[in-house]
Design a protein. Structure first.
Length: 319
């Protein structure tokens, strides 16, 4: 009798576990002890407008049209950042080139259509994550350039197409997705290295950068930046990649509770993930980047990327 009860309990437990795993798979969530591997998938990027930046309708996104732009089908397009110049938004992004990835740009036109303007930055090695921002009257770009062993700063000389190298703001370093921002008169930078979230600060953008005494401020997951810092309802929010169960699965947000030259604290948002694998098309396999900009009319324009299409299989993994 005891053996029968044990067997029944095992069967019930197995059924519950199997049902839970199926639920996680169908809802595109991470599965404990397993990871998702995809073949034939590729990244796309686009923009949408919304009144609620943390409740996005991905069906309304306007993706960069490869065919209309003369871009090869399935070519990688990822890490989109927006910049508002004289009332016109431009989307800068990583685009695969002949010697690795380059930086491209598209103009956001009527109804969020994207007019591809071309490649604006092409180095000898891989570039990505083109964070474009303004300091005073100067427009700058800091792309990820860890393949060049430095965090490089570029300045626009004829926006949006022509840029010149300004300086290595952190030399001899391999930092992924450097994300700079200014708070209380101090410049800060998040970047990832060896699955650690590193934090740096400087009194001026072109000055000397120092690693924060609390750095690394996080280890493991959510350490790779996933977009520009976003100020909303009086709170500063950091976005980080959730790669549990596979790279680029979804994006989490974290509220910065304390940040100065000596202290750092953050809290995960309650409505995480901010964006994640969605549908059966362009974002089927995951989303790993977001950039939110507020428009003059109070609405928000949001740039996103997603890895879609292709085939997926589940494999055992302890990562």
């Amino acid at each position: 009798m005891k053996i029968k009860k044990i067997l029944i309990a095992i069967v019930l437990l197995g059924t519950l576990c199997a049902g839970y795993f199926v639920y996680l798979y169908l809802t595109k969530q991470s599965i404990p002890f397993f990871s998702r591997q995809t073949t034939g998938a590729y990244y796309s990027a686009g923009v949408l407008t919304t009144n609620k930046p943390f409740s996005l309708d991905l069906d309304n996104i306007s993706l960069l049209d490869r065919k209309a732009s003369g871009i090869k089908e399935k070519l990688l397009i990822a890490d989109p950042f927006l910049f508002n110049n004289d009332g016109n938004f431009y989307m800068f992004f990583e685009i695969m080139g002949k010697t690795g990835a380059d930086i491209g740009v598209a103009k956001v036109t009527e109804n969020n259509n994207l007019e591809y303007l071309g490649v604006v930055l092409d180095e000898s090695k891989h570039l990505s994550y083109p964070l474009v921002f303004k300091d005073g009257e100067h427009i700058y770009m800091i792309p990820e350039s860890q393949a060049l062993n430095a965090v490089k700063l570029y300045e626009a000389v004829d926006f949006p197409l022509k840029w010149k190298f300004k300086k290595d703001i952190i030399a001899k370093s391999r930092l992924a997705d450097p994300t700079v921002f200014k708070k209380d008169g101090v410049w800060f930078m998040f970047a990832e290295a060896a699955k650690e979230l590193r934090l740096f600060y400087a009194d001026s953008l072109l000055g000397n950068w120092t690693e924060h005494p609390k750095s690394p401020v996080k280890k493991g997951n959510y350490t790779r930046p996933a977009g520009r810092m976003f100020s909303h309802n009086g709170k500063l929010i950091r976005f980080g990649q959730d790669s549990y169960g596979g790279y680029g699965r979804q994006v989490y947000g974290f509220t910065i509770d304390s940040l100065n030259k000596s202290d750092y604290k953050e809290t995960a948002l309650k409505n995480n993930p901010v964006v994640s694998a969605n549908g059966e098309g362009w974002a089927k396999n995951g989303m790993h980047h977001i950039d939110i900009q507020k428009k003059e009319d109070g609405t928000f324009i949001v740039a996103l990327d997603g890895r879609g299409y292709g085939k997926e299989r589940i494999i055992f993994s302890l990562n």
